[in-house]
Design a protein around this ligand. Structure first.
Ligand SMILES: Nc1ncnc2c1ncn2[C@@H]1O[C@H](COP(=O)(O)OP(=O)(O)O)[C@@H](O)[C@H]1O
Ligand SMILES: [Mg+2]
Length: 260
């Protein structure tokens, strides 16, 4: 784990519930500016809930204990007024949640570009590296989920966030495209110094891209640390089972071969 001076995001003893039911229990996470943290776990483990709380969204789950620090700011579970943190880009699990269905894609892209400024050539180059055409006059539903997801990723990267949060970023993509897209994200994140928190149930993706892995089960982080340590020497039964049953070894060998 990074030293405390070097931490961009720090979550301490965070618990949360929905309608009196505990959803997160005593969750702790640390992310340094150069980290790529993968949060891995089964469906319903609380991964999306954790991301929503980092984003400052307190519904449907609200925090009952703990605190979140991000980039020098601090939020506790007891604060009634809550401001959304700045410097975070979020790509939701379902692309439908990222776009206004009634506005043309180009308008939505234009709004973002007007807000953030920057070189239009740079923005266009980013769309091209993600193999996206000009959306022209199309509405979100007229693009495939995969294209919508890639456009959301491109828009998230354009904003130059300090932290990029990805919820199942490749769920709508076929495996080859998924690898290309995540390579582009990795390239951009490294070039711009963006830290990444990625939720996935795919250990192969985590093994390939993440520097840190946290394994979540039923609202708790049951294991966390540098990716190679978690993957090679899982300590808990749940982590051991996950590692034993997932076909991540091939992806890892490929990555290592490519690095040498
Ligand atoms: N809107 C909601 N109302 C009630 N329960 C919810 C709601 N959203 C999520 N939950 C519950 O919270 C738990 C964690 O969900 P979620 O964070 O979406 O898990 P994950 O992303 O790991 O699949 C699950 O048990 C889920 O049923
Ligand atoms: Mg989820």
């Amino acid at each position: 784990m990074p030293s405390s001076t070097d931490v961009l995001l720090k979550i301490d003893a965070l618990s949360a519930e929905i309608g009196g039911r505990g959803i997160l229990h005593d969750v702790g996470v640390e992310v340094a500016p150069s980290d790529w943290l993968a949060i891995v776990g089964g469906s319903g483990a609380g991964k999306s809930t954790l991301l929503r709380l980092i984003m400052g969204l307190r519904r449907p789950a609200h925090p009952t204990a703990g605190e979140i620090r991000f980039d020098g700011m601090r939020w506790t579970s007891t604060e009634r007024v809550h401001t959304r943190p700045k410097g975070i880009s979020f790509v939701p699990q379902s692309p439908a949640h990222g776009f206004d269905p009634l506005r043309r894609l180009r308008w939505q892209l234009g709004q973002l570009v007007r807000r953030i400024g920057g070189e239009s050539q740079e923005h266009e180059a980013l769309l091209q590296t993600l193999a996206l055409p000009d959306p022209q006059r199309l509405y979100p539903h007229e693009w495939s989920r995969g294209m919508q997801q890639r456009l959301l990723l491109a828009m998230a990267l354009m904003s130059d966030p300090k932290l990029l949060i990805l919820d199942e970023p490749t769920s709508a993509l076929d495996p080859l495209i998924a690898a290309q897209v995540l390579q582009q994200v990795q390239h951009n994140a490294a070039a711009k110094g963006i830290a990444v928190v990625m939720v996935t149930h795919d250990l192969a993706l985590a093994a390939t891209y993440a520097t840190q892995i946290a394994i979540m089960d039923r609202g708790r982080i049951v294991e966390a640390g540098p990716s190679d340590v978690v993957l090679n020497t899982p300590r808990t039964d749940y982590a051991r089972e996950l590692v034993a049953h997932q076909y991540w070894h091939t992806a890892r060998v490929d990555t290592f071969a490519a690095d040498q």
